[in-house]
Ligand binder design. Structure first.
Ligand SMILES: [Zn+2]
Length: 478
């Protein structure tokens, strides 16, 4: 048996309007090279100026991750050549990061577990190469060049692929709560690399492999699972693990070697002479600390207390800021909090997961969602019908009340109508009625089922039960 030792390095794009060291917009999806200037194109003689919004967002994240914030801020040049990097260096932070020694708590098999955060620092992104005709030509888009990125590096405290997955979910939740980043992986706002090695029973730590190119949290989990298995098999065969960088291939579900340690970069870091170092005063940090919003864990505790829902529900609901917002909007309109949480956690989440929809883009607004629960309370639809109406409302974008009306689905509570159905059902099922008088309770259930069938699910079950009982008693006494 081997113990995996995993560390994660996450890059998130900060949600600023402009780039890290110039005034160009960072809006996604604009035409190539339309958001550039001499600074982010690396023209000689152009000078960078730090975007204060990027610094503030970085500090918010660092403080929320319990980091020690450095008062002395300086930037360094990370030198390397690549076609998407016109300056031949990236402005980053090396020996004196913005913050260090933080922590994030995850759920592990043995309960709550602390994952130490080694550092959180600010840097700029490079441009992007596009390959319209593979092998024939490549083009470069500098719109992304100079975009502010936060690099969050964990200590290798993570023991399994599941823990890595949980860490990422929690980190994303915190960053979303802080409104530091939209964390959209499809648009590249959040990227994650992983380091993994295996510790053998004797305690010897194997060589480290770096994993790149994972495009989703699930991808990170799968890549780690694959890599742990691959390394364990090599060690079992007494083979050596090469220290290298491997790429995750999401189509073949394997990791493939990209470069070995010998080819690793030497970035020749040195201080960026174009940006003066500066000192953050206590008041500035204090103000940012005071501006921090309620974070997932605190919100979960408040949900359990204020809305009287189980801790488990509160944890699920608050893991996503926007899901938690949705829940809170619903319970403002409809005060049966446990029913709301059940419906969101089962019916709604199942729908969102199935169709891969972010709750932010859900068209069914809280008011319409709770109207389904209200119709149930009013007795106009049964619970079974309510569960059928929800997906339809989500699908058709119609108001649940309109769907019920259009389909004539309104539950029958009219006793006259139900009495007629009950009479018919008893007449058509003399054997079941006989069994009922023999004391077989299953016969009663069967008859109720028949009533529901004849009414096509529209009879109010409570009323139907009552009438059936009355009619059977009356007949039995006659
Ligand atoms: Zn620019």
């Amino acid at each position: 048996m081997y113990q995996p030792v995993i560390g994660l390095e996450v890059h998130v794009q900060l949600d600023t309007k402009s780039k890290c060291f110039c005034g160009c917009s960072i809006k996604f999806g604009q035409s190539p090279n339309s958001q550039t200037c001499p600074v982010c194109l690396g023209f000689p003689g152009s000078l960078p100026v730090l975007n204060e919004a990027a610094l503030k967002l970085s500090l918010k994240a660092a403080l929320a991750l319990d980091c020690e914030v450095s008062k002395f801020i300086k930037f360094d040049r990370k030198n390397y050549f690549y076609p998407d990097l016109p300056k031949n260096f990236q402005i980053s932070q090396y020996d004196l990061p913005l913050s260090h020694n933080g922590a994030l708590f995850i759920d592990s098999e043995s309960g709550r577990k602390k994952i130490r955060i080694r550092r959180v620092h600010l840097e700029e992104d490079a441009g992007k190469l596009v390959h319209p005709e593979k092998g024939k030509m490549s083009m470069v888009d500098f719109n992304r060049s100079g975009t502010p990125l936060l690099e969050i590096v964990s200590e290798p405290d993570i023991d399994s692929a599941e823990e890595a997955y949980d860490y990422l979910l929690r980190l994303k939740a915190i960053l979303e709560y802080l409104e530091v980043s939209d964390c959209n992986m499809e648009e590249g706002s959040l990227r994650c690399d992983a380091n993994v090695s295996l510790k053998s029973a004797g305690g010897a730590l194997g060589d480290k492999v770096e994993l790149k190119n994972m495009n989703s949290f699930k991808g990170v989990k799968q890549a780690l699972e694959y890599e742990i298995k691959r390394q364990a098999e090599l060690l079992d065969k007494k083979k050596k693990i090469t220290q290298e960088t491997r790429l995750w291939d999401a189509v073949k579900n394997v990791t493939v070697s990209m470069r070995s340690k010998e080819e690793a970069h030497d970035y020749r870091y040195f201080p960026e002479p174009d940006l003066v170092p500066f000192i953050l005063d206590e008041d500035y940090i204090k103000k940012i600390r005071e501006s921090l919003p309620e974070l997932p864990q605190a919100r979960a505790e408040r949900f359990a207390r204020e809305y009287n829902i189980p801790r488990y529900d509160a944890a699920v609901l608050t893991a996503d800021k926007y899901l938690a917002d949705y829940f809170e909007q619903c319970v403002q309109l409809y005060d049966k909090t446990k029913i709301v949480s059940n419906w969101i956690m089962t019916e709604l989440l199942a729908h969102l997961n199935k169709r891969n929809i972010d709750i932010r883009y859900l068209e069914l607004k809280p008011k319409s969602f709770v109207s389904i629960l209200e119709m149930m309370d009013e007795g106009s639809i049964s619970g079974k019908l309510a569960k059928e109406i929800l997906p339809e409302a989500l699908e058709s974008k119609k108001e649940p009340r309109d769907i019920v009306k259009e389909k004539g689905l309104v539950q029958v509570t009219d006793t006259k109508e139900i009495e007629t159905i009950v009479e018919r059902v008893i007449k058509e099922n003399p054997k079941a009625a006989g069994d009922y008088y023999q004391g077989k309770t299953s016969a009663f259930t069967f008859l109720v089922g028949q009533i529901m069938r004849v009414s096509r699910g529209k009879a109010n079950p409570k009323v139907a039960n009552k009438i059936l009982k009355e009619q059977l008693e009356r007949r039995g006494n006659a």
